[in-house]
Ligand binder design. Structure first.
Ligand code: 6PG
Length: 239
């Protein structure tokens, strides 16, 4: 069951998401001694990461017990401006006392098929064969894609592999992404969606007919977890 939480601004979405991250980290660490989270790229997560790196949130999280993963990555090296890892590293990871051994990036600089295989090995090693992340952060593109599950792409049909290389024709590039099986097995999924460019697609995804090949975000339905859409008024303006 999805919950839609509306906020007045993109900044308020980022703050709510930072608060949710800190709360879920505390709960998971109290219950099982660690917190596993998959990050996304995008501008709203960046604002959230920046907040998490500062008071009051930074002090609320027991960072050495946080295990960082990614939901998707671009096929670029980790120091490239398009790298999701680089964005998170600069906005958050370098500012908090994480154990470097607990930061698991997708290797966008490798052949994407090999990078996906290697990342699947990492995920299986750290989380087992049916990985259940404590939290997965997702964004949604204005074409309805999420992570790097783009409309009409092969990765949408992948339900066995945990991590896949996905050719995205319209961007003329490969991406590396968690499969929807892994996404939907998470304990908590938070979509961060802001801006009026997302309003029409958000309406279709949330209230329109089920057509996930067209709007892959509709595939996101956690099997035994919670799904929260954190949206600003601009994105929610047509709901
Ligand atoms: C990526 C992301 C992608 C992103 C959406 C929304 O690597 O590009 O993981 O799925 O979340 O494109 O991005 P914005 O929030 O910046 O619009």
């Amino acid at each position: 069951m999805a919950t839609i939480q509306r906020y007045l601004s993109a900044a308020a979405v980022a703050e709510a998401a930072a608060q949710f991250f800190a709360q879920k980290a505390q709960e998971a660490i109290a219950a099982q001694g660690r917190f596993t989270v998959a990050l996304s790229g995008g501008s709203t997560p960046k604002a959230m990461f920046t907040l998490l790196a500062q008071a009051p949130f930074a002090e609320q999280v027991d960072w050495p017990k946080v295990h960082i993963f990614w939901g998707d990555e671009r096929t670029v090296p980790p120091d490239h401006p398009d790298s999701n890892y680089k964005m998170a590293a600069e906005a958050l990871l370098k500012s908090v006392p994480l154990n470097p051994a607990n930061v698991h990036r997708m290797e966008g600089e490798l052949d994407p098929v090999e990078a996906a295989v290697r990342y699947e090995d990492v995920v299986r090693r750290e989380l087992g064969d049916s990985p259940r992340f404590d939290l997965i952060l997702l964004g949604m593109g204005d074409d309805g894609h999420t992570a790097s599950l783009f409309p009409g792409t092969a990765a949408l049909d992948e339900t066995t592999r945990l991590v896949v290389a996905n050719w995205v024709e319209k961007l003329n590039t490969w991406r590396i992404t968690l499969s929807r099986t892994v996404l939907n097995n998470a304990a908590n999924i938070v979509f961060l969606v802001v801006g009026e460019a997302k309003a029409a697609v958000l309406l279709d995804v949330v209230n329109g007919p089920y057509q996930p090949e067209v709007y892959p975000s509709q595939f996101i339905e956690p099997t035994k977890g919670t799904l929260i859409w954190m949206v600003d008024e601009a994105a929610a303006s047509l709901l």
